[in-house]
Design a protein around this ligand. Structure first.
Ligand SMILES: [Zn+2]
Length: 58
């Protein structure tokens, strides 16, 4: 069973509502606090999501 926690801060779905997103056939979870990072600063997530630094090209 996958561990549902924010990929950035590590908070679990027991602590905070999490949003699931799919990337390269893998499911990730992210908390509302860090969704803006995903939207506006994907380069900061390159370590977590390989290729995230290329999101801006979309
Ligand atoms: Zn978070």
């Amino acid at each position: 069973m996958e561990d549902k926690k924010c990929i950035i801060c590590g908070k679990t779905h027991l602590e905070i509502p999490l949003t699931q997103f799919d990337y390269k056939q893998t499911n990730f979870w992210i908390c509302p606090q860090h969704i803006p990072v995903l939207i506006h600063e994907p380069t900061k997530m390159a370590d977590l999501l390989p290729g995230a630094d290329q999101f801006e090209a979309v």
